[in-house]
Design a protein around this ligand. Structure first.
Ligand SMILES: CC(C)(COP(=O)(O)OP(=O)(O)OC[C@H]1O[C@@H](n2cnc3c(N)ncnc32)[C@H](O)[C@@H]1OP(=O)(O)O)[C@@H](O)C(=O)NCCC(=O)NCCS
Length: 163
């Protein structure tokens, strides 16, 4: 077995929009089924369109994780910070999970939030990502129900105090 190639984190550009959409769909379709029912997974995976993926890059602060191998450079994850204080999205390609990609993206979002003066970072976290956010130091605030296309999702409102 060869070791995973190192990843680089950089700000997303508009050219990354199709890759963001692909990672979002693959991540939810393959990683969410143990936590949510099939209709919920379908509704969630349909929530991002090409237009909205582009808007994530133009309207928010979005970072991509890029891995380079013999086939070239590919986006394997992304994370988004939404003004004023929200860690809004974190998605990693199923082929790249549990290799530190999510943690590296979270660290960059946290650093960006500090830079713009955020004292307490907010996140509404899916059941699939709760352990990861706990390991990033986020604290549970309250359970919450998110409604997407008529489907209810149990999620957790979490916060991270930034020093
Ligand atoms: C949540 C997610 C972003 C984590 O990405 P990742 O690249 O696997 O995360 P990392 O490898 O950096 O792991 C970070 C921590 O998460 C935890 N973790 C990640 N996957 C886990 C799993 N399957 N089981 C248990 N813990 C897990 C570990 O505690 C790990 O800490 P460690 O390195 O000290 O062991 C990824 O699983 C994902 O995209 N999930 C589906 C989409 C989603 O729910 N996004 C969030 C929406 S709010």
């Amino acid at each position: 077995m060869t070791a995973a190639q190192p990843i680089a984190i950089r700000p997303a550009t508009v050219a990354d929009a199709p890759a963001l959409l692909a990672v979002f769909i693959r991540s939810i379709t393959e990683l969410a089924p143990p936590f949510y029912a099939p209709p919920q997974v379908t509704a969630w995976a349909s929530a991002l369109t090409a237009e909205r993926a582009l808007a994530l890059i133009t309207d928010h602060t979005t970072y991509v994780a890029v891995r380079t191998d013999v086939a070239g450079a590919h986006v394997v994850g992304f994370a988004t910070f939404a003004e004023p204080d929200v860690f809004d999205m974190l998605y990693v390609d199923p082929d790249a999970v549990q290799q530190g990609v999510g943690r590296a993206l979270a660290a960059v979002v946290e650093q960006h939030a500090r830079t713009v003066g955020v004292r307490q970072l907010q996140a509404t976290v899916s059941d699939c990502a709760r352990l990861a956010f706990e390991s990033f130091g986020f604290r549970h605030e309250r359970p919450h129900t998110r409604i997407l296309d008529g489907h209810e999702f149990s999620v957790t409102v979490m916060t991270l105090h930034l020093r």
